[in-house]
Design a protein around this ligand. Structure first.
Ligand SMILES: Cc1cc2nc3c(=O)[nH]c(=O)nc-3n(C[C@H](O)[C@H](O)[C@H](O)COP(=O)(O)OP(=O)(O)OC[C@H]3O[C@@H](n4cnc5c(N)ncnc54)[C@H](O)[C@@H]3O)c2cc1C
Ligand code: FES
Length: 510
């Protein structure tokens, strides 16, 4: 439908969306009362279809990984980095005409006493913070210090398309070096901050240079747990581009017996690695102490479904056991069973990188399963913030203090921290969200359900249209959805608004 030639306003339901195009570009019209917005139809993250998402106030949310875009300006929130285009709309005689693309003026210069911000960690939290500082009009100096040798990368892809061989390496950087130059963001790659002086806000780097800032964001993420049984030195972990490249090189190396891998840990990362290695025709055995893969975070029903899915794709499981020793081209399980392995990948969890906070002078920052921050993501030292995997913060929906290890959550926290560095006093209210992809099945998880005591399954896992609702005592604390993207978005919005009735209503319709 050509939206330039106009349509009757009644064709768009109030609060609803309608798809069309303008000069060959796909556009979504969104009606809010008498006002109609026209925005690009494709999410700038991975091209998700925005018309299949939801509208919330003056924003549109993507069904795939819950990016959110402002309907007036197109401004993105994590995981999207780029805005969507926005068109001008005219209304005449009850008809709506989409006219020209809107030029969004640059942000007004932020009024802040802060002249320089140091960001430790070049992951999604650090990157989103740097970008948000600029899009909020911060004109001062921004330095992002990252221990990896790369600019921030699309880390979730390390275990998915990139590892499977369906995404080229050029897709992996979130931005290229020119982008950071253009935004006047200094990025120090391959550099580690070793020491933090909280009084002067000075960082000492691994080349002994010192940098002093007006505000500091610690976004140091987490590190994979490494195993210790005899021979475990040759076990690969997966966190960085270098790690993923090393696993790909092994997967591509054929032996006379084919390619055989053992994956240790039936975790999200372990299972995603298994799926991607299957795409490369590697024979994969997953070894884990759990009785059900993902049983702990997802419950036994979802875990059993995920196990069946992997078995249908040829993955073998050895559960309820561990590796006793790593010997030559095999591992020997605690049960005594040998499993041939040309290479081994462990996905057995991560630990937050809290060293900088713990060793801070003259006083260490408070660390308790992560760096403790308030609802503004600020530590007890004014002007020092933490975000992402490393932050232990109050969850606004449950009231619990939590730490999460999720891509979108890290980006959103980086954005909140940036606003608060500029003195906006914005509490972090976004519920945690993550997704995990296994073959053609994606799980979307909203909330935080450590220690749930009841799981209700709505819909049918076998039909790949199901929602697991996790309860702790009388309260729902999280949901996991398969094939129900809109429902997971609606529940995320309801959690944000603290509206339990709205959550119940969404679930009741499944
Ligand atoms: C293979 C893989 C797949 C994943 N898939 C998903 C997924 O599908 N969905 C999802 O929601 N989440 C996923 N995650 C989790 C997600 O990537 C993390 O939650 C997210 O990257 C955390 O972001 P962050 O910015 O807090 O930290 P990180 O991404 O860990 O970045 C922190 C950076 O800081 C650096 N650093 C640490 N200490 C210092 C220091 N002292 N000085 C300088 N730099 C330092 C680190 O080297 C790192 O580069 C995945 C993770 C991995 C490893
Ligand atoms: S495709 Fe839209 S958030 Fe990922």
């Amino acid at each position: 439908m050509d939206l330039k030639s106009g349509i009757a306003i009644e064709e768009i339901a109030d609060g609803g969306m309608l798809s069309g195009d303008v000069e060959g570009e796909a556009v979504v019209l969104v009606r809010q009362g008498k006002e109609v917005f026209a925005v690009g139809a494709e999410c700038t993250h991975y091209h998700g279809p925005l018309a299949e998402g939801i509208v919330s106030g003056e924003s549109i949310r993507c069904p795939w990984h819950h990016a959110c875009f402002d309907l007036r300006t197109g401004a993105p929130s994590a995981p999207a980095l780029n805005p969507i285009p926005v068109w001008n709309v005219e209304q005449r005689d009850g008809r709506v005409f989409v006219t020209t693309k809107r030029d969004i003026p640059p942000p007004a210069r932020a009024k802040t006493p802060i002249a320089s911000v140091g960001i430790v960690g070049a992951g999604p939290a650090g990157n989103a913070a740097a970008e948000m500082l600029r899009s909020e009009g911060f004109a001062g100096a921004i330095t992002m210090i990252g221990a990896e040798e790369t600019v921030p990368i699309d880390r979730p892809n390390l275990s998915k398309e990139y590892l499977a061989g369906t995404a080229p390496e050029k897709w992996m950087p979130l931005r290229d070096a020119d982008y950071y130059r253009g935004q006047n963001i200094e990025v120090l790659t391959g550099r580690r901050a070793m020491q933090l002086d909280t009084r002067t806000k000075t960082l000492t780097l691994d080349d002994r240079s010192k940098r002093t800032f007006d505000a500091i964001l610690i976004a140091t993420g987490s590190e994979p747990v490494r195993l210790s049984p005899p021979g475990a030195g040759r076990v690969h972990v997966l966190r960085t581009l270098r790690d993923s490249r090393a696993i790909i090189a092994l997967a591509e190396k054929s032996t006379a017996k084919g390619k055989r891998a053992v994956v240790l840990g039936a975790s999200f990362i372990g299972l995603e690695v298994a799926a991607s290695l299957r795409a490369r025709e590697v024979d994969v055995t997953v070894v884990a102490p759990d009785e059900v893969p993902l049983g702990k975070p997802m419950g036994v029903e979802v875990g059993a479904f995920i196990r069946r899915l992997h078995e249908q794709h040829g993955v073998h499981f050895r559960l309820g056991t561990t590796v006793a020793t790593f010997e030559g081209d095999r591992v020997v399980l605690a049960t005594g069973e040998p499993i041939p392995a040309d290479f081994i990948v462990a996905g057995v969890g991560v630990r937050p990188n809290t060293q900088l906070a713990q060793s801070a002078q003259p006083d260490a920052l408070t660390v308790d399963n992560g760096i403790v921050v308030d609802e503004f993501l600020e530590t007890a030292v004014p002007g020092i913030f933490a975000a992402g995997d490393v932050a232990h913060y109050p969850d606004s929906f449950t009231g619990n203090k939590i730490r999460v290890e999720h891509w979108v959550a890290a980006g959103r926290q980086g954005q909140t921290a940036a606003r608060n560095i500029l003195g906006r006093r914005t509490p972090h209210t976004a519920p945690p969200f993550f997704w995990s992809a296994h073959y053609d099945v994606t799980i979307a998880y909203v909330g935080h359900a450590a220690g749930f005591d009841r799981v209700e399954i709505h819909g049918s896992l076998d039909d790949r249209r199901a929602l697991a609702a996790y309860h702790a005592g009388p309260h729902l604390t999280a949901i996991a959805a398969i094939g129900l993207d809109r429902e997971s978005l609606l529940i995320e919005k309801a959690m944000e608004e603290g509206d339990r009735n709205a959550i119940d209503a969404v679930i009741a319709r499944i």
